[in-house]
Design a protein around this ligand. Structure first.
Ligand code: NAP
Length: 239
């Protein structure tokens, strides 16, 4: 799909990668970019239309889908993480439930509300921001990957369900990206991408009609590691 002339909607577009998506869409010629955020007054980018949307709030979602009836490109970007909690910690189950609400049920609810909008506007494109952690779990980061793995499978299910209305469903995988989400992560030697580079790779993928964007080397290496012995996802901190 050509981004030039499209009407896009981005969740969590006030900062981080969502802001980079909004800028990249404008640069690629989108005629309108709805920049949604829990607090629309935090959207300060010129040239976008701020929209109030908490992806866990059903009323917000219904209002946004009704108001933004011209959307043909949806980017489910909003996401949250939790640091330093293990699946087996006292707060493991509660933290998982909390993250699932935004990273999985939020993505599904927004997709469900906008699917008819995309259909009415010719099919369009639905992008889900996933992670390299959709495929692997790391010591100290074992809760967030459950949600990104679930979001990956949701993405694959949406691709099947939306194929008949001609919607291209794109899953995006990336390792560390320099945003607030990873602030304070100790190991500065780990490779990090700039949000603008991830956004650029996604714009390229949309234009090419790709169903998957492997946006950095970390994701490329982990995906390639699926075919090795032992497979990348079997690694433990003891190895
Ligand atoms: N940074 C990384 O290393 C990395 C790597 C791979 C994938 N990702 C994914 O990339 C996406 C963007 O993350 P980021 O790095 O830009 O993180 P970030 O800097 O922490 O920004 C997160 C964004 O999501 C929004 N958000 C959180 N909960 C929301 C909700 N319930 N409803 C609506 N918006 C909500 C935040 O809004 P507020 O300002 O209101 O909090 C903010 O705009 C996420 O899906 C994340 O999982 C990040």
């Amino acid at each position: 799909m050509k981004i030039k002339g499209s009407t896009a909607f981005v969740t969590g577009a006030n900062r981080g990668l969502g802001l980079a998506y909004a800028k990249a869409l404008l640069a690629a010629g989108a005629i309108k970019v709805y920049a949604s955020a829990r607090d629309p007054s935090s959207v300060t980018l010129d040239g976008v239309v701020p929209i109030k949307l908490d992806v866990t709030n059903a009323d917000d979602i219904a209002a946004a889908a009704a108001q933004c009836s011209d959307v043909d490109l949806l980017i489910n970007n909003a996401g949250i993480t939790v640091r330093g909690e293990a699946l087996l910690s006292d707060l493991g189950v509660d933290s998982l439930r909390l993250l699932m609400e935004t990273n999985v049920y939020g993505v599904l609810a927004v997709s469900r509300a906008f699917a008819p909008v995309l259909a009415r506007n010719g099919g369009g494109v639905l992008v889900n921001m996933l992670s390299v952690l959709s495929w692997i779990s790391l010591p100290g980061t074992s809760i967030y990957p459950v949600t990104k793995a679930a979001a990956w499978v949701v993405t694959n299910g949406l691709r099947n369900e939306l194929s008949r209305q001609g919607t291209l469903v794109v899953g995006v995988h990336a390792g560390l990206i320099e945003t607030d989400m990873i602030k304070g992560i100790g190991n500065a030697t780990l490779p990090r991408s700039r949000p603008e580079d991830i956004a650029k790779a996604v714009m390229k993928g949309i234009e090419a009609g790709d169903s998957e964007v492997i946006a950095d080397d970390t994701s490329r290496n982990v995906k390639a590691g699926f075919g090795k012995t032992p497979a990348a996802y079997l690694a433990t901190s003891a190895q």
